[in-house]
Design a protein around this ligand. Sequence first.
Ligand code: ADP
Length: 290
Amino acid sequence: MDLQIKNLNKQYSNGVVALNNVSLTISKGMFGLLGPNGAGKSSLMRTLATLQDADSGTVTLGDIDVLNDKESLRKVLGYLPQEFGVYPRTSAAELLDHLALLKGFDNRSERKEIVNQLLIKTNLYELRKKSVSSFSGGMKQRFGIAQSLIGNPKLVIVDEPTAGLDPGERNRFYNILSEIGENIIILLSTHIVQDVRELCTQMAIMDNGKVLFSGNTDDALQLVKGKVWERKVEKSELPTYQMGYKIVSNKLVGGKPLIHVFSETDLDEGFVLAEETLEDVFFAKLNELI
Ligand code: ADP
């Protein structure tokens, strides 16, 4: 069952075009939607989660007409929003139980079973009696995943889930996501290239409301393979390089700028061919070099 997004458009009342003719086909597995802040990722996620309307376009999940049959979509949707708001001072187990009740699981013992399984799956079982409001950022995100999985959704949408997590928490979160992502569609929006690199086989790059690339992560890498060159330079030399070359990225390594330059022809003058990375693809697309 695919999620098919066709020609989706959205303009806010302040004139900002957040979605500009967005079309994507998303199959089972983990799909990464990569874009800088303001690209339109949340607008797309909220539209797919039936929380806001598009101006035009169509979205189908299997035979569900997502934009016109919100009730049917919500029955098979799990959603972890960017901002969860205030967590009540309720224990993790009680809150999950309550959310399962709201989702229609009326039978007490069935609910207990569901809650326990979700707590185990997200490594929160030991913490089940603790108040969710006292959880760390990583624990809250794992709780967010647990609640999104109530009722075995077919589509799970997670909006910027790893922003603000430390590396250990991020890894724990990756492991949980990759386990649940095998049989359903998980749509992950992020501005963090590492999220997509580690988790996703399918991806899209978005900026200014437009899809700049969609396809396999491997195909994305092919776009820059053999065309990105790197060199360490002095800080004072940076402006000269910025004028003379198509700079893809520039980051400090050991205090010195390491520049990545896009070039279809071989470069000498101390440049060496860099191993292609998704980061190069991302910045080359955003800077319209490819
Ligand atoms: P992202 O999730 O990629 O950061 P958003 O979808 O949040 O992007 O935002 C896309 C653009 O739409 C931004 O320019 C943002 O300022 C604007 N925007 C988002 N929500 C609203 C809104 N409710 N009203 C007006 N403009 C909005």
